[in-house]
Design a protein. Structure first.
Length: 122
């Protein structure tokens, strides 16, 4: 219970929230069927990121400033290891987010461990 309050749980807080393996995210990304939100801080995003990700740092995360999710696309949120994306998810749900939210299991560390590519931003 306390871990969920502090965003430390990897368990979804709603049936609209799904924790998804990086291998599945790669398939969705290749099919151009996701909007990929990176909630790490700008310096982390600049150092390395997943191609096509949108940086919305948790420190200034505002659900009212979410990008539009086109029909047929899924919202996927990631961070470094999976904790901050849980906090961003909770903020979205508290603000009344109606769509499904997919959290990348293990964050960018899990992505890289599963062979996913990253690149520095210029």
């Amino acid at each position: 219970m306390l871990s969920r309050l502090f965003g430390l749980s990897s368990a979804p807080a709603s049936d609209k929230v799904h924790v998804v393996a990086p291998s599945q995210i790669r398939l969705w990304l290749a099919a151009d069927s996701i909007v990929l939100l990176d909630v790490r801080e700008p310096d982390e995003h600049a150092a390395e990121s997943i191609d096509g990700s949108i940086n919305m740092p948790l420190s200034s995360f505002d659900p009212a400033r979410m990008p539009e999710i086109p029909d047929g696309k899924r919202l996927v949120i990631h961070c470094r290891s999976g904790v901050r994306c849980g906090t961003a998810t909770e903020k979205l749900l508290a603000a009344g987010w109606q769509g499904e939210i997919h959290r990348m299991q293990g964050g960018i560390l899990g992505w890289k461990a599963s062979g996913g590519p990253t690149a520095p931003r210029r």
